[in-house]
Design a protein around this ligand. Structure first.
Ligand SMILES: O=C(CO)COP(=O)(O)O
Length: 229
């Protein structure tokens, strides 16, 4: 699947990042070669070195060919109790090593129903994103937990509200130029059928795709929708 994707996107004009399980990272980097597809990790350890059996350091990820690393995915936050401070430390370490940090945040259904979405997102952004980021070193992915793998997608208005809010906070913190350059991805049940509409929402710069990225034939129309947007 990756080979097909890389061949079809030898010279794509959008950035395509595949973050496979760590066991496949090295092979994936080889298959992606010098196509427009780059590969990244799904997590890293917060320490650059030391004895941390079973964990992967940023240097190990880089050695395997990673250019980026996803940090603070809701499953890491839930399964491994990672809080904003931990995600921030990991992002600092990753960026210092030359990787792009893809920092994920998002509210639970309970938080959304309680009207807490923007408070939760604002606190996660402030707590998880290190100082000194640039449009090259930081990508932020908004992933409502209740939309991941469920087929449920927020309304376009709900996505727009969060992305505009995130953009405002980034501009406040990093200034107009950097705040506007940080790419904001939407993630959660993105597929070919909804990609065009989602990419048309203001301040949505791309997507973090799970299920629909597993087959090149499902992923290709999403890439095409972004290229056309
Ligand atoms: O975050 C995601 C995968 O980890 C998004 O997954 P889905 O696109 O399958 O909802």
């Amino acid at each position: 699947e990756l080979k097909a994707l890389a061949q079809a996107n030898a010279t794509a004009t959008v950035d395509i990042l595949i973050c496979p399980p760590a066991t496949l990272l090295h092979r994936a980097a080889e298959v992606a070669g010098d196509s427009a597809v780059s590969v990244g990790g799904q997590d890293c350890h917060a320490a650059t070195s030391g004895a941390h059996t079973g964990d992967l350091s940023v240097d190990m990820l880089k050695d395997a060919g990673a250019k980026s690393v996803i940090l603070g995915h809701s499953e890491r936050r839930t399964d491994h109790g990672e809080g904003d401070a931990m995600v921030r430390t990991k992002a600092e370490v990753a960026i210092a090593a030359g990787l792009t940090a893809v920092v994920c945040l998002g509210e639970s259904l309970e938080q959304r129903e309680a009207g807490e979405t923007l408070d939760v997102i604002g606190a996660q952004l402030q707590g998880s994103v290190p100082d000194g980021c640039t449009g090259e070193t930081l990508v932020v992915a908004y992933e409502p937990i209740w939309a991941i793998g469920t087929g449920k997608v927020p309304t376009l208005g709900q996505i727009g509200e969060v992305h505009t809010f995130l953009r405002g906070r980034l501009v406040e913190r990093f200034g107009e130029e950097t705040g506007s350059a940080v790419r904001l991805l939407y993630g959660g049940s993105v597929k070919a059928a909804n990609a065009n509409d989602i990419f048309a929402v203001e301040d949505v710069d791309g997507a973090l795709v799970g299920g629909a990225s597993l087959k090149a034939a499902d992923f290709a129309p999403i890439i095409a929708a972004l290229s056309d947007s």
